[in-house]
Write a protein that binds this ligand. Structure first.
Ligand code: MOS
Length: 720
């Protein structure tokens, strides 16, 4: 069954009437045991017979690359090949099939660019040989600092912001900065490649298989039909696995050249450099408001960076367009072309940093106006998208703010900073709104119903998000099967193409495709029961129509039924503005002695349409809020000002929030349905939790000790 959301924008909610009762419940992950017991085969596990080992080699400088001792390394015991194939560097532009690689092995555009692959009989020999390979680069660094170049791009303007600022009862004009950040998936990027004739199979750590297959085929110059990708388990993506990586392309080339399977695993320091970073940003935010805090103008202009020729530009102000009212606007990004490692999508590209800084500025405005920060947001909720004029598909910001404030206990808050002290610690609370655009892509799925249960197949991935669990629940709900009779199979391009995991669109998009596949099977069962599909109840393997009930197994009569689901991208883009919303609240303690900030508790209320699984959705929000704490307090990728290289490219020196930094995180979901999000009426939850989370912490620091930190992260030297 196909649903073209470009034609049919809104869908009816039928799930409520189904009887299985497992959609939305906090089911455990069916893949959980395999993952925690080590049985799950991630990209680099479970090697094929005769597999050998490749190690990428990084460029130590910029410009032309020469290898000085290639023959010597080739002659080392156990070394099979030193490969410098111009095809081996994937195009860093993520998710863009059929774009030619923009980097080669002879020219290093940034320090850390992979420029060779050494292959050996053992991983140790490969690592040793890779370290022995001596490279010379002959170039000077191109520009590596944002201030050294003329940036590209012009902001969008509406009305006259300068005049609005001049006339405003309250005007704020501030600059916030955020540093480069890494995606840091737990599983490093890795691939195992083998050929059978002209057929290539690659198991790799990837988010978007149908696109990745095209990218790999394109890099190699072969027919995508000859490529099979496998990614049954992926240990975190966060954007870094949206596109094919150098390890996969290099492994495929080496496997062909050697006629043996080849495994390439990037070590953590390589991941920092070869995988796209979140761009650093410098954001000028201007807010013009009347005497009651109603916005009349909004400026949000950002400077971001990427390599020359890369397509991606951090969309910092993506949510600023629709977040708040205000007629006069200057919004947009300028892109500096720098010879720093490539930037790309990192969890909630745009909003993660853009909403965070904007919500800090809103807190500053609330102080200026002298009203409560929650009230300031409530006064500025637009009744339609101020930029496009489109209505919202659903809007839950006010509910999020009100319910979140009540759950957090916001009302008890002293109105001025520096009002609570416990020993050396100033105590304060802060809040921020959360916004994340909602996207619906195209996806297909197949369900085969046999006497044993249902098998669901799609090349969708589970990057730790809970895809196996939610697709099990969706199929089980629609077909009246308990979860142990649904077998979800993912991560193989021989299955129907799913949406892939990215941009928070995976669960809702591929979930709708599974739902539609189940509808086709329901129709076939209803036909056999001589009733309309809408009158059919399926529960625990029994089909019920009116007074008749039959075991589904009997109806199958030993055969199987197949259903195919296909959902297209949404009309929501044309007819409505679709977003998820939320509100973050944090309490922090700031040491008056050291400037250390401890987050003491945090609450998030989120509206994202139907929640498909309470537990996995909550985990996504916990993860996002944890990133928010890291963004506010510790995460800081440092580029050397001389050559742009990443100085702190390991977890000893790049500080993510860890258990000791994270207090109990309380998450509440609004009961909501979005009719524009397909029959499941679920929007993406994956990235909402990070959007604005850091701002609640930064704003709480101000409330605690009176200090405004505008350069993130708020390390002790910036707080004291
Ligand atoms: Mo996401 S940053 O689109 O995986």
């Amino acid at each position: 069954m196909t649903l073209d959301l470009k034609v049919d924008g809104q869908s009816e909610d039928r799930a409520e009437t189904y009887a299985q009762g497992i959609l939305g419940t906090p089911e455990d992950r069916p893949d959980g045991h395999a993952k925690v017991s080590g049985a799950a085969t991630y990209a680099a596990d479970d090697l094929p017979e005769g597999c050998v080992f490749g190690m990428l080699v990084r460029a130590p400088g910029h410009g032309g690359v020469t290898v000085l001792n290639e023959d010597e390394v080739r002659g080392t015991a156990g070394v099979l090949a030193v490969i410098r194939d111009p095809r081996m560097i994937r195009n860093a532009a993520q998710g863009t099939a059929n774009a030619a690689p923009v980097q080669g092995v002879d020219q290093a555009d940034y320090i850390g660019q992979p420029v060779a692959l050494v292959v050996a009989e053992t991983a140790e020999a490969a690592q040793h040989a890779a370290q022995s390979l001596r490279l010379r680069t002959d170039g000077e660094a191109g520009p590596v600092n944002p201030d050294d170049v003329e940036a590209e791009g012009e902001p969008d303007t509406m009305g006259d912001l300068d005049a609005a600022m001049a006339d405003a009862a309250h005007a704020l004009d501030v600059v916030y900065t955020t540093p480069s950040m890494t995606s840091a998936p737990m599983e490093p990027h890795a691939a195992v490649a083998w050929w059978e004739g002209d057929r290539l199979t690659v198991r790799s750590a990837l988010q978007m298989l149908k696109y990745n297959r095209n990218e790999l085929a394109d890099s190699l110059g072969i027919d995508p039909e000859h490529v099979r990708l496998l990614a049954p388990f992926v240990g975190g993506g966060f954007g870094s696995k949206l596109g094919i990586s150098a390890d996969a392309v290099a492994a495929a080339i080496a496997a062909q050249e050697l006629g043996r399977p080849v495994r390439v695993v990037q070590h953590r320091r390589q991941v920092f450099e070869t995988v796209t970073r979140r761009s650093e940003t410098r954001q000028r935010i201007r807010l013009a408001a009347d005497d009651r805090g109603r916005l009349t103008g909004i400026g949000h202009e950002s400077l971001v960076s990427n390599l020359p020729d890369e397509a991606f530009s951090e969309p910092v102000s993506q949510a600023t367009y629709f977040a708040y009212a205000g007629a006069h606007r200057v919004i947009g990004e300028r892109l500096a072309r720098l010879n720093r490692p490539a930037s790309g999508s990192v969890r909630a590209p745009g909003e993660a940093v853009g909403v965070t800084t904007f919500e800090c500025a809103m807190d500053e405005l609330a102080s200026e106006v002298g009203i409560d920060p929650v009230e300031l947001r409530l006064r500025n909720i637009p009744d339609k998208d101020p930029h496009s004029g489109l209505p919202f598909s659903s809007h839950t910001l006010a509910r999020s703010l009100n319910e979140g404030a009540a759950r957090f206990g916001w009302a008890d808050r002293p109105s001025s900073p520096r009002a609570r002290r416990e020993g050396e610690w100033w105590i304060g609370t802060g809040m921020a709104a959360a916004f994340r655009v909602n996207m619906m892509l195209e996806a297909e799925a197949r369900i085969t119903l046999t006497p044993d249960g249902a098998v669901v197949e799609t090349d969708m991935t589970d990057i730790g998000t809970g895809t196996y669990a939610i697709l099990t629940q969706i199929a089980g709900e629609a077909l009246g099967l308990p979860v142990d009779r649904v077998d979800v199979r993912l991560g193989d391009t021989t299955y129907p193409p799913g949406s892939g995991s990215g941009g928070s669109f995976g669960a809702a998009t591929t979930g709708n495709a599974v739902w539609l596949a189940a509808q086709e099977i329901r129709q076939a069962i209803a036909q056999r029961m001589n009733c309309a599909e809408s009158d059919l109840t399926l529960k625990d393997g029994t089909a019920i129509c009116g007074n008749t009930s039959r075991a589904v197994v009997e109806l199958l009569d030993g055969a199987s039924l197949e259903g195919h689901g296909h959902v297209t991208g949404g009309k929501a883009f044309q007819d409505v503005r679709q977003s998820t919303f939320g509100a973050h609240f944090a309490e922090v303690a700031v040491s008056d002695v050291t400037g250390e900030v401890r987050v003491r508790r945090m609450h998030g209320t989120f509206g994202a349409g139907r929640i498909l699984n309470e537990k996995t959705a909550r985990s996504q929000c916990h993860g996002g809020m944890t990133w928010g704490i890291g963004m506010a307090l510790t995460e800081n990728m440092v580029h050397d000002r001389r050559d742009g290289h990443i100085v702190n490219r390991d977890f000893a020196e790049y500080h993510m929030a860890v258990n000791a930094d994270v207090p109990p995180l309380d998450v509440h979901f609004l009961d909501e349905r979005d009719p524009w999000a397909g029959p499941l009426q679920a929007k993406g939850i994956g990235e909402l939790g990070i959007c604005g989370a850091g701002a609640a912490v930064i704003n709480a620091i101000h409330h605690a000790c009176g200090v405004r930190v505008r350069d993130l992260p708020a390390t002790p030297d910036r707080v004291l």
